[in-house]
Design a protein around this ligand. Structure first.
Ligand code: VY7
Length: 163
């Protein structure tokens, strides 16, 4: 899974990301390009239409609405169905084959299937209404690129977790 959060765990506000860090978008694109991405329907709706579907990736959208259609999207009725569509074995030795890209409800539901997380921490004080999942003690930081400054003026750091 891959997300960006602030120090309080905020990932979203009003169906948008409440900061703009171009370096994080580049990290997101570089990490996910060429791999299937799984997102919730609200995250799909949040993407600016010109970026939808995310190019160079299969876009699998989780929705409870069996009638839902999105141009360039493959609907799935659950996280497990989405992973199956992506061809992801449920206990995979190839951990980076599929990326779960949000949002909060999907991260919480998909955490049990995840083996690897890229978490960008953006040093921004903002109010939000969507939160990163709580990580249990088995998750360990395995890579830390350190604090960087964004052209936006915000500091951010990109860390990988594994378990
Ligand atoms: C989501 C966008 C949102 C608003 C405007 C443009 C980490 C991020 C996400 C999701 C950042 C986004 C975009 C950026 C990506 C572009 C297409 C345009 C692409 C995440 N760490 N950071 N995110 N796009 N899940 N995890 O900005 O997208 O990839 O092609």
């Amino acid at each position: 899974m891959i997300w960006a959060q602030n120090p309080d765990g905020v990932i979203g506000a009003g169906n948008a990301i409440p900061w703009r860090v171009p370096e994080d978008m580049a990290h997101f694109k570089a990490t996910t390009l060429g791999h299937p991405v799984v997102m919730g329907r609200k995250t799909w709706d949040s993407l600016p239409p010109r970026f939808r579907p995310l190019d160079g990736r299969r876009n699998i959208v989780v929705t409870r609405d069996p009638q839902w259609v999105g141009e360039g999207a493959e609907p799935a009725g659950s996280i497990s169905e989405a992973l199956e569509l992506a061809g992801e074995p449920l206990e995979s030795a190839a951990p980076t084959a599929t990326w779960v890209i949000g949002g909060g409800e999907i991260y919480r539901a998909a955490l049990e299937y995840a083996t690897m997380l890229w978490v960008t921490e953006v040093d921004s004080t903002v109010d939000g209404d969507s939160y990163a999942p709580t990580l249990g003690p088995t998750w360990k930081v395995v890579e830390d690129k350190g604090w960087q400054s964004s052209t936006s003026g915000l500091r951010y750091r990109i860390r990988a977790y594994s378990r």
